[in-house]
Each structure stands twice: as C-alpha cells, then as structure tokens.
Design a protein around this ligand. Structure first.
Ligand SMILES: *Cc1c(COP(=O)(O)O)cnc(C)c1O
Length: 424
C-alpha cells in the first residue's frame, strides 16, 4: 500500500500521518455509512413507488411533450425530499441559476426578500443586486434585507423579528457555509428558524439553498417546514454522473411558478426535452447517498489531519457534519496555492495542469480552483477552491470515492511540506 502511495508522490512521513489519523475515525465513518444506508433505501423506495422503468431513460427532443422520464424523475425527487412537487431539469444550468429561478419566480415587484442568516453565497449578491448587476432582483424593485448571525453563530431572533414586515414575501436560508467560516446549519436548526419566522408571519415563503447538504442527514429541509429547497445536480444529488442541471423541490405552487418562469407562462412543466441526459440523473441520484458519504469521509479526514498539524479548521475534527465542505485556513497565498496544487495533482483528469488564481465571473476577488473532474466545475468531485483574500481559507469538498478524497488530502499536505509550510 505504501508503495502505491509513494508512486503517486506521497512520502513515507505523510503516508504514516494519514494512517494514524484514519485509525481514529472508525466510529465516525461507521456513522456516515449508516446515514448513507438510510438514504440509499429512501432513494430506492422513491424509485419503486413511481415505477421507474427502462422507458424513463429514453431521450426526448423538440418540445419534449409527455416526457415520461422527466416527469417521473421529478416525482421521485419530490418523494425523496418530502416535497409536493419538484422541477429537475438539464435546462437549469447551475446552482446559481436554480436559486435565481426560485427567487425571480416567487417574488414580485415591491416584495421584500430577507436573509436571516447573514450574507448569501457570493454569486447570489449579483442575483439579488447587493452588488449592482444587470437583471438583478433590485432592478425589478424587489428589496433585500439581511440579518447577520450573532458572533457565536446563533440566530439574532430579535433582529429577525424586527426585519420581518408586511412586504416580506420570502425568507432565504443558506444551509451550507459557502465561502464563509460560519457553521453550517443542521436541518434541525433550520427547522427552528422556520418555526420562528412562520410564528411571526405564517404566509411568508421560506426557501433553503440546499447546495452541498443533500443526503448528509436523514432528512431534508422541506421536512423541517421549508416551502422550497434548491440545489445543483453537479453537487450531491447528481451523484457525480449528472453532467448538468439543477433542481427545486417544495410546495406545488412554488414549483409551478418556477416552471412558468423557466419555460414560459402557459407552458410551465409541460415542455423541456431531456435530450438523453435523464438516465444519468436517475443513476446519479441512485448513487448520491454513497457518493455523499465518500465526500463526507474526505471532509472529516481533512479536518482531523489539518487540525493535528495546527491549522484552523471549520468544522473541527469532532463536530457533527451538515454539509460536505471543509474549510482549512492556510494563512498565506502560498499555502492556499500549494493546497490546491495537491488536490489537482491527485485527479484522474488533468493531474498534469497547475491551478492558477483568476477573476471568476460572479466573485469579487480572484479565486483559485483545483479540480480534475469528469464534469467541468463539478464540486461533488474532488475539488478545492478559495478566494485569494485574508485569511486564505481553502474550501475543500467532494470525492466520488473515499480513496480518491484521501489521496487528494495527503497530496495537499505533501505540497505544503514541499514549500516548507508543514510543521512536522
Ligand atoms: C455552489 C453553491 C451555489 C451556486 O451554485 P453554482 O452551481 O456554483 O452556480 C449557491 N449556494 C451555495 C451554498 C453553493 O454551495
């Protein structure tokens, strides 16, 4: 085994460090496997309940009327996520698009949007118009209010009560920390927040940005009272196989609104050919619980390894997990870049290229991204990224298999050592 790792560039010292860390994680890994088992059964039950069959995998083209595969898949997603309805489409290009679609279709001019959990994901700043942008909600006279989390990460209930008003139409809650170092919200905490908000304003809609959270726990936020959950198929629920796509699941009315916005008033869910990608959506969903488990093991392993090396990590080595993202604060541009080079070097695709920081559309500082993915930008595949700004935190996620995630983390440590940043 050691020789196999050495062949891929891991020194004996790093190999042994990894072995030591892994030995202490048996109980954590067993718990992750148990969640995967539970969710695997949930997915299979949903597929059986909706009679998924070979006909569902047929490609449709043109308008895509009567696309059995598409309509059945949406029923399966709804069932899996405890929702009335779902919209799961290759025409939804990414997570940001899915979120923009959910917001733009369920808000009307004059309405107010409230985030009670602080600043949303970077790309949503332009969707909302926090940073002025063409086509933003702000251009359509949809207002935005934000209540930050308190310094200890708890909800600012008094601030939220004060911010809710007669114009508040939709409350958006981001489950995952995204590019921040606040804790990720568990489904239970999201449920408490929803109960509080609805206790004050029962008719307000609550949307959860569910990116990176799917299948990490046994339940999803709809089951905790959310009206709508939204995510990307090149993250957890696509299981690494979906080559594109996004989903929304929730109340039928919210989903219908989104469908009329995605296609056209009058057409809604009835059109949208699946062009042959639908089988990968089914197969990806089928694999998603175990793929998510692999990514989670990678995250837990990274937390424990880097914590032992003295780096600040969020979540820490022992905390429960509510998404697949691991933040490691490297403290310098050199460290951030070295980490990303290690992840890149571990990839099955493009391991020979070197990641460089660039000004990505939608982000306000240069970002470095490492990914050698089968699907471009897929972050359920092993990947690491981070904005080149203080405190130089890398956000690490994914791994279609645990073994690949482990190799990537060991190589990241190896690269840090090679530039003299590892204290061992
Ligand atoms: C990834 C992500 C998004 C945006 O998804 P893209 O597919 O990158 O557009 C939004 N919110 C959160 C929390 C995310 O993790």
């Amino acid at each position: 085994m050691k020789a196999q790792y050495q062949r891929l560039g891991i020194s004996e010292k790093i190999y042994l460090l990894g072995k030591e860390v892994e030995q202490e994680l048996n109980a954590r890994f067993a718990a992750i496997d148990e969640t995967a088992e539970y969710n695997q059964l949930k997915v299979i039950a949903a597929m059986q309940a909706h009679k998924v069959s070979a006909e569902c995998f047929m490609a449709t083209n043109g308008y895509g009327y009567n696309d059995l595969g598409r309509d059945t898949l949406e029923a399966v997603y709804a069932e899996c996520f405890g929702a009335e309805a779902a919209l799961v489409r290759p025409q939804i290009t990414c997570g940001t698009h899915a979120l923009a679609l959910a917001l733009m279709s369920n808000l009307r001019p004059g309405d107010e949007l409230l985030s009670p959990v602080g600043k949303p994901y970077d790309t949503l700043e332009e969707v909302i118009g926090i940073r002025p942008s063409k086509g933003s909600l702000a251009e359509y006279n949809i207002h935005y209010r934000q209540v930050d989390l308190r310094p200890d990460g708890s909800f600012d209930y008094e601030g939220i009560r004060a911010a809710l008003n007669e114009r508040t139409r939709l409350v958006t809650i981001q489950r995952s920390k995204g590019y921040q170092t606040r804790p990720t919200l568990s489904v239970a905490r999201i449920g408490e927040l929803i109960a509080f908000v609805k206790g004050i304003k029962p008719d307000v809609l609550v949307m959860v940005d569910n990116c990176y959270g799917e299948f990490v726990e046994r339940t999803e936020p709809v089951e905790a009272g959310a009206d709508l959950i939204v995510g990307s198929l090149i993250k957890n629920p696509g299981g690494g196989l979906a080559p594109i796509g996004g989903y929304l699941a929730g109340k039928k009315e919210c989903i219908d609104n989104a469908a009329y916005r995605l296609t056209s008033p009058g057409l809604g869910k009835e059109v949208g050919a699946s062009l042959g990608v639908i089988q990968s959506f089914y197969q990806g969903l089928f694999l998603a619980p175990t793929v998510t488990a692999a990514a989670l093991k990678g995250a837990v392993f990274a937390a424990n390894l880097y914590q032992r090396l003295g780096f600040a990590v969020v979540p820490d080595g022992t905390e429960p997990r509510h998404d697949i993202i691991q933040a490691v604060t490297l403290g310098s541009p050199k460290g951030l870049i070295a980490f990303c080079k290690g992840i890149q070097a571990a990839a099955p695709v493009d391991s020979h290229v070197t990641p460089e920081p660039w000004d990505m559309p939608g982000y306000d500082s240069p970002v470095i991204m490492a990914a050698g993915a089968f699907v471009q930008g897929s972050s359920i595949e092993l990947s690491a990224d981070g904005p080149l700004r203080e405190p130089y935190t890398v956000f690490f996620q994914g791994g279609l298999t645990w073994y690949h995630a482990k190799l990537g983390i060991l190589l990241s440590a190896q690269k840090l050592e090679e530039v003299g940043l590892l204290p061992i």
